[in-house]
Every structure is written in C-alpha cells, then in structure tokens.
Write a protein that binds this ligand. Structure first.
Ligand code: FES
Ligand SMILES: [Fe+2]
Length: 330
C-alpha cells in the first residue's frame, strides 16, 4: 500500500507518480476516489490534465471519457448510439481514502481491506499536525533515518539530542509486521525539544517501530501522561526519491499551544534530515552503489532491508518473536 497526497482531489484530477508510475487520481460524482494510469488509451495524452465530468473523467485531447474502472464510457467523435468497443480502457488501481489520505494499492488485490491507520487522529485529548517532505533518498534510507538514534546526536545536535556518551540498553524485537526497538534510560540532556516538551523529572519510555513495507512509528511516552507519536509513511516516487507523509500526534495539556512551537521546530528538524540524506545520496551517486557496513547500533536497519527484500522477492520475512539486546551510547 502506498500513500499519496491528501485532500487535494476536489474538483480537479491530479497527477502523482509512485514507483515511476504516473497516475491520475480523481473523485467521481459519488464522492469516492479513483486511480487510473495517467495515459489516455487513444493518443496517450495525460488524463490528469483533463477535467471531471458526469462520466466522470474527460481526456483533454479528444474528449474521451473514462469511468472509475478505467473503461472508456463515451467518445465525442462517435456517431450517436454507436457502442463503445470494450477493448478501450486504461489500468485502474484499488484505492481508498482514510484519515484525509489516499492510499493506492499496486497489487491486484489489497492484502487488507483497510490501510495503515495513523494513531489517535482526531481522538479526544490528542492534537496533531501533518508534514509532507520530499527526500532525495530511497524509502529504506528514509526509514532507517527516522528510526536511528545515533544520527540524532550529530545531525540534530542541540535541537533534538546532543552526544553525552551515556551507555544505553536497547532491545530489538521482531514483530509479525516488522520490528520494534525499545531504549532504556536514554539521556534527554542538551535537547531544546525535550526541554520545551517535557517535565524534567518525568520518566520516558521510547520505542522505534518499523511497520512493513513503508511506515515508521516513534513513540515517546512519559509517566506524567504526555505522549508524542511521530508516524511517517513513505511513498516511493522512484528509486532515489521519496515523498514522506509525517503525522505528529500528541497528548499534552494545551496541545494547541504546544503545536505553535512544536510544528515549526519539527519542520526545522526534518529538514536537517533532508539535508544529510541529500549529501548521502549525492555521494552514493559519485561513487556508485556499494554495500553499507552495519554495526549492532544500527538497530532496525537490518529488519528494514530484510523485510523489503522479502516482499520484493516473494520470500519469507524475518520471523516474529525474536529478541536481542544491544549496548549503545547516546
Ligand atoms: S488522446 Fe485522449 S482522447 Fe485522444
Ligand atoms: Fe533525523
């Protein structure tokens, strides 16, 4: 399942690219969502440049009309009453709108009826905001970055973390849909964001979770009831570009006030990641692709790689129930 832009499909079709595949998304009159290949069967004009009509999508070139199932429903140049040949169609995709996002499935049949659900969206006591960020990096690279603590002490020094060299224990567990890492007694010193968002004496529980194939979820739970969740869903545009939809959901008193500084700060921090992944990708381009080195502190990266490889090859992903402990310093 892949997630694509929210809320923008009102009166006009929109064009998006996922996995190098141009798609047109549009809303038929019944208010549902449809996704077709963005190429008219006639002379291959982009359907995303057409318009919504009763039938419900019209090509901008000769006005052929398409139904949500991709079949041509009307051809203006045909004499009245002339039947439409049934070989005139474009590929259609399963899609579903949920939580203000549109999810498109490239498989013939979706693995589940409902896509991934962003946690606590709209729930009482919870505040949220959304970010859309384009990374010049592969999905795997983005997900590793979102779930990687050691980089934060360098890339986000002072803003989010600072290196303290404190020993921290972490446990990594494989799950039926990915893997999760939990950290114990990690430092929160010299961090602007934790200084602003938490009480000094509160205790923190932190988990980083990879949810196959392309979602990450980070939870910070405090014993005073505060809870911050960062969920990122990654849409691969091509092999080295990813659109990331991040939902920040948090439970804290006066969430609207917290959001006023939390949102710009989060955008600033995510752009630090954009910059470092840009540098990384530029260097991969300079040298060519070669295997990375992995160390035990790269807690979830091996799971991300193995899972995505298994999905690609149709083989078994890592079995759930495994657990290992790692000593790291943060
Ligand atoms: S190219 Fe679309 S109708 Fe001719
Ligand atoms: Fe980061």
């Amino acid at each position: 399942m892949l997630v694509v832009p929210p809320n923008s499909i009102a009166k006009k079709p929109i064009g998006v690219t996922i996995l190098q595949q141009p798609l047109v998304l549009f809303r038929p009159a019944d208010g549902s969502i449809a996704a077709l290949e963005d190429r008219c069967a006639h002379r291959h004009a982009p359907l995303s440049r057409g318009r919504i009509c009763d039938e419900p999508l019209e090509c901008p070139y000769h006005g052929w009309r398409y139904g949500a199932d991709g079949f041509v429903t009307a051809i203006p140049a045909f004499p009245a009453g002339c039947p439409i040949p049934d070989n005139l169609w474009v590929k259609s995709y399963h899609c579903r709108e949920q939580d203000g996002y549109v999810w498109v499935c490239f498989a013939d049949r979706p693995a589940s009826e409902f896509p991934w659900q962003f946690p606590y969206l709209g729930d009482r006591g919870w505040t949220n905001f959304h970010m859309k960020t384009r990374f010049r990096a592969a999905v795997e690279t983005c997900m590793e970055n979102f779930l990687d603590c050691p980089h934060a002490t360098y890339v986000h020094r002072f803003w989010f973390r600072s290196p303290t060299a404190k020993p921290v224990k972490a446990v990594v567990r494989s799950l039926p849909d990915g893997a999760v890492a939990e950290y114990f007694r990690e430092p929160r010193k010299k961090s602007l964001i934790w200084w602003l968002l938490t009480r000094k004496e509160s205790k923190m529980q932190h988990t980083d979770r990879f949810i196959a194939p392309a979602t990450t979820r980070v939870d910070y739970i405090f014993d005073d009831g505060r809870h911050y969740i960062i969920t990122s869903s990654c849409t691969p545009i091509n092999e080295t570009e990813t659109e990331v939809y991040t939902v920040m959901t948090f439970k804290v008193e006066m969430g609207w006030l917290v959001r006023l500084f939390f949102e710009p700060l989060s955008r600033f921090i995510i752009h630090q990641d954009v910059k470092i992944l840009d540098l990384q990708q530029a260097n991969v381009n300079r040298f060519g692709k070669a295997p990375y080195k992995f160390i035990p502190a790269d807690l979830l990266a091996p799971y991300i790689v193995k899972w995505r490889q298994a999905i690609k090859m149709g083989t078994e992903p890592p079995a759930p129930g495994a657990e290992h402990w790692v000593d790291i310093r943060l």
